[in-house]
Design a protein around this ligand. Structure first.
Ligand code: KG4
Ligand code: ZN
Length: 341
């Protein structure tokens, strides 16, 4: 009889549970309830609302999988980083289910989950250079194994996803901003506004988005001072902003590509759904003769299948937590040179 990992993800505003076959890697079930609509009224995620909604959604999702629970060999749950009140809801449920089923429990780093989203229903292809672009993180990592991931570069301030969300908010476009900005930008003129490309005269291999965000804010204020912004203005802002983001990501990644001999590259995290950014990196990869791996679109945003896939690595290595020791983990941003735990 096949044995499954039951995985739970609740680090932000998506409640998700999956069952993954440990041997075949098949995602046997994957359920998700997104809270985007509830948070969009506030222009961003409200943590207390998120945790209350997880407390309602997670038991509903588990109920849908109840006929398969006798096959569960371990329960995996995202422990960090993320909104602690949201993570708590997943951890409480994971502990209850693992205790009830009398199976081991595995705590998973959400960022490792995003990296393993590349290998859902597939064997891992390592070593790999990864550009992780999520709502909370912007990092380049060298990934050599589940327990061997180090940060080569990180952001000094905002993340790319956050910058997309904030620009969308400035344009009164709703939340999450990334997909909305991408759609508008397709119709926009990328040359109309020459936003400064962050850190372009610095040799530092790091990211920074707050200066660009402020330049966009000033431009929006200048347009608003002349009257109401047109749809074309909004499209051109979105397109010019995206261009500066892409140039920044490419310039810094290029420095790493010159140093690293690792042949495979991938972008992961919510922003990796963005075709403009993906296409820019496809060109960079062909210039450096690197093979670019892609996350299947349905797994770019937060989901439990990626947590289950990552946990299979821990399961096979016999790395388990205990009900007593498993806790919501620390949330601080790690510096370049640190390893992911
Ligand atoms: O990885 P993710 O789902 O959640 C976190 O771990 O944070 O990433 C969410 C972020 C949000 O900031 C969202 O606006 C951004 O990913 N995003 C996009 C796109 N789709 C989602 N950004 C740019 N273009 C997109 N198509
Ligand atoms: Zn995420």
């Amino acid at each position: 009889m096949s044995r499954y990992i039951l995985s739970i993800e609740s680090s932000c505003d998506d409640s998700s549970i999956a069952l993954t076959d440990i041997e075949s890697l098949e995602v046997v079930a994957h359920k998700k309830i997104s809270q985007e609509v509830a948070h969009s009224r506030y222009g961003g995620v409200v943590p207390e609302l998120a945790s209350r909604m997880h407390a309602v959604a997670l038991p509903k999702l588990l109920e849908l999988l109840k006929d398969s629970l006798d096959r569960v060999a371990a329960v995996a749950v995202t422990t960090h980083p993320g909104l602690s009140v949201s993570l708590h809801e997943g951890v409480i449920m994971a502990k209850a289910v693992a205790t009830f089923l009398d199976v081991p429990i595995i705590g998973v780093n959400h960022l490792k989950g995003h990296i393993y989203s590349l290998f859902i229903e597939k064997e891992a292809k390592l070593p790999l250079l990864v550009l992780l672009l999520s709502g909370g993180h912007t990092q380049i990592l060298s990934v050599k194994g589940y327990d061997d991931m180090s940060i080569l570069a990180t952001t000094l301030d905002d993340s790319v996803g956050e910058a997309y969300d904030k620009v969308a908010k400035m344009l009164d476009l709703g939340y999450p901003g990334g997909p909305i900005i991408e759609k508008l930008a397709i119709k926009g003129d990328r040359e109309r506004f020459r936003f400064p490309v962050p850190l372009q005269n610095s040799s530092r291999i790091a990211f920074s988005l707050s200066g660009l965000k402020n330049a966009v804010r000033l431009q929006i204020e200048a347009l608003k001072a002349k009257g109401e912004m047109s749809q074309k203005d909004k499209c051109d802002i979105a397109a010019s902003f995206e261009k500066a983001v892409l140039l920044h990501l490419l310039q810094k990644s290029k420095k790493i590509f010159k140093q690293e001999t690792i042949k495979h590259f991938a972008i992961v995290g919510g922003v990796s759904a963005n075709n403009y950014i993906k296409d820019g990196f496809k060109r960079l990869c062909s210039e450096f003769n690197k093979e670019m791996l892609e996350v299947a679109l349905q797994y770019t945003s937060d989901n439990a299948a990626m947590i289950g896939r990552a946990a299979i690595e821990a399961y096979k290595a016999g790395e388990f937590d205990t009900i007593e020791s498993l806790k919501v983990g620390a949330n601080r941003q790690l510096e370049a040179g640190s390893r992911l735990h």
